[in-house]
Design a protein around this ligand. Structure first.
Ligand SMILES: NC(=O)c1ccc[n+]([C@@H]2O[C@H](COP(=O)([O-])OP(=O)(O)OC[C@H]3O[C@@H](n4cnc5c(N)ncnc54)[C@H](OP(=O)(O)O)[C@@H]3O)[C@@H](O)[C@H]2O)c1
Length: 281
């Protein structure tokens, strides 16, 4: 698998998004473990998670614990796997998503994630989403403190606009390594953030890169046409399109089945021609 850079760490160019294995519609644990192991077998070394990937109010960190169990149960070497988690979103149990960006909350959430992941320092910790009730500088100040204290090895942000990316980079003293925003063929509003990350050399992790859990299976149009020429899935073409968009792009397709992540992982070997790319949006 081709690699790309997040800070000073090299990871597989395609990551695994853990969300579908822990939210509404999730599979049983056995299938989830097989999905994570299939990702590792395929050479994936970046796993994206969050403390908020769960359903019930009493099961915060469901996805982090699942990933920790899957890594522990894997037969091979997992020392090169970067687990990227997040703090700042909550799920009160009624299906909604809320935010808390207060420094005290973020520090407490990070401690809980450390315990669930069973590590001394989190590989990549991402501030999940700006909280309109808390100055952004205060939330990112907490992330800086966690970095300075050695609780997290790398710092990232998510759902940020260009101004917030620049502000975070300044508060972190140039140590911002990643930005995770929604970006897919159908959802293009983060084009300016992708451009800024490319300019600054910061990794850009498109979330819902296939259009999201509901839409991913029905990717058609030009993606299906190009896919037909290579005899591959439209989803694989879509991920190759992400890789071709920028050298800092590292898509994190979600999966809840071994076969989908195995198919997605092969996107790094699909070289789209200029003609293919001209046909895609
Ligand atoms: N930072 C944020 O605010 C934020 C928000 C949302 C998501 N995320 C992250 O981004 C990740 C990806 O987003 P997402 O899961 O919402 O959407 P997505 O990656 O666009 O789509 C996920 C769905 O695509 C299907 N899929 C994946 N590869 C496929 C393939 N090769 N062929 C056919 N179907 C395929 C999976 O099906 P199966 O389930 O059948 O395997 C899965 O349910 C999440 O898992 C999460 O880690 C972050």
């Amino acid at each position: 698998m081709q690699s790309r850079r997040i800070g000073d760490v090299r990871v597989s160019a395609i990551g695994l998004g853990g969300m579908p294995m822990s939210i509404e519609g999730r599979p049983d644990e056995d299938r989830s473990i097989r999905t994570i192991h299939a990702a590792l077998d395929a050479g994936i070394t970046l796993i994206d998670t969050a403390d908020a990937y769960h359903i019930g109010a009493d099961e915060a960190g469901h996805n982090e614990s699942l990933i920790a169990r899957a890594l522990a149960a894997y037969g091979g070497d997992t020392s090169g796997v970067l687990v990227a988690t997040k703090g700042g979103h909550l799920r009160p149990g009624d299906g909604s998503w809320t935010v808390d960006g207060s420094p005290d909350y973020l520090k407490q959430a990070c401690e809980a994630s450390l315990k669930r992941l069973g590590v001394d320092a989190i590989g990549l910790y991402q501030h999940h989403r700006p909280d309109p009730r808390v100055p952004y500088a205060d939330s990112i100040g907490a992330i800086r403190d966690l970095l300075d204290a050695g609780k997290i090895r790398l710092a990232g942000i998510s759902n940020a606009n260009p101004q917030q990316i620049r502000e975070a980079q300044e508060i972190l003293g140039g140590r911002l390594v990643s930005v995770q925003n929604q970006f897919s063929p159908e959802f293009r509003s983060s084009e300016p953030e992708l451009e800024l990350c490319t300019e600054l050399g910061i990794a850009f992790l498109p979330w819902s890169p296939l259009g999201g859990i509901q839409a991913a299976g029905s990717l058609g149009g030009s993606f299906a046409r190009v896919a037909g020429r290579y005899g591959v899935s439209p989803q694989r073409v879509c991920l190759a399109w992400h890789l071709a968009k920028s050298p800092v792009s590292i898509p994190i397709p979600g999966a809840s089945r071994p076969e989908t992540i195995t198919d997605s992982a092969a996107a790094d070997t699909l070289e789209l021609t200029a003609e293919d790319l001209a046909e895609l949006p």
